[in-house]
Design a protein around this ligand. Structure first.
Ligand SMILES: [Zn+2]
Ligand SMILES: [Zn+2]
Length: 265
């Protein structure tokens, strides 16, 4: 089997509310695909996280790392909405040692996850303004390693519901988000899960990767966001091609919260 990617740093297991896949199945599939580094990043949405699930996820990553000599399993977490409860965020980050903290925003303050929203174009513009405001706050807070699926709302607004939105009003804010990430030496995730859903696009798309690079961004991470083994590495070829075209020659994996660059083949 031709190797698609050397790393996949966004995977869920049955320690996430929305996956039934045992961690070992994810690890076995990654090994079968010839992947050298994976990060298990179970959901830790700080408004409703489970101490037990996160501790178990972390322990399983440690245990499964021993299973294959040629596959490193990293202890990750997908930290959701950290600013919406900083006390819980501190508790979650203090619970275990992590290699990798991936940070995401699925629902802006006072709203449900974008998955549940079906805005009109006008409503979408308002939601996106608030989304990128909160994302900028998160990036300024800076308590993470990589920013997950930066254009997450578009997966549903445009990809699923077919509502086209003019992104030009949001570009100054997005530019500030990417410049802050770059200045803090943090990574931007290329999330490939959109490649297997209706929209068929990367999150974010290449124009944002190019902008990040122009603004001095050094690190990108690759994530399939697989909740089942069949989705591991799906869309990665597109993600890597976009990264290369944007000027990146490697993807980062985080070990003990520090980036290690993995060259593209
Ligand atoms: Zn997510
Ligand atoms: Zn995820």
């Amino acid at each position: 089997m031709r190797k698609i990617t050397r790393c996949d740093c966004h995977l869920h297991t049955d320690n996430s509310f929305d996956s039934d896949t045992p961690a070992e199945h994810q690890v076995d599939r990654a090994h079968e695909l010839g992947i050298e580094y994976i990060a298990i990043t179970d959901h830790c949405d700080v408004l409703e996280w489970s101490r037990e699930d996160i501790a178990r996820s972390n322990a399983q990553a440690v245990e499964l790392d021993r299973k294959y000599d040629d596959l490193t399993v990293l202890r990750g977490i997908e930290l959701g909405e950290p600013l919406q409860d900083l006390d819980e965020t501190a508790k979650a980050l203090g619970l275990c040692e992590y290699d990798f903290v991936l940070c995401s925003l699925h629902n802006i303050r006072g709203e449900e996850d974008f998955y549940y929203l079906h805005p009109t174009e006008k409503q979408a513009q308002n939601l996106l303004t608030r989304y990128f405001d909160e994302l900028l706050e998160m990036v300024r807070w800076n308590g993470f390693d990589s920013l997950a699926h930066m254009t997450y709302p578009l997966r549903y607004i445009t990809g699923r519901d077919g509502v086209e939105v003019d992104m030009s009003p949001h570009m100054p804010k997005i530019q500030e988000i990417l410049a802050t990430l770059a200045a803090n030496d943090k990574a931007l995730e290329i999330n490939t899960s959109g490649m297997r859903s209706e929209g068929g696009f990367l999150m974010p798309t290449i124009e944002y990767l190019k902008l990040f690079r122009r603004l001095g961004g050094r690190y990108i991470t690759l994530g399939s966001d697989a909740h089942v083994p069949e989705h591991i590495s799906v869309g990665m070829a597109d993600g890597i091609a976009a990264a290369k075209e944007a000027g990146f020659d490697s993807a980062a994996v985080f070990v003990n919260r520090r980036p290690v660059q993995i060259q593209f083949e």
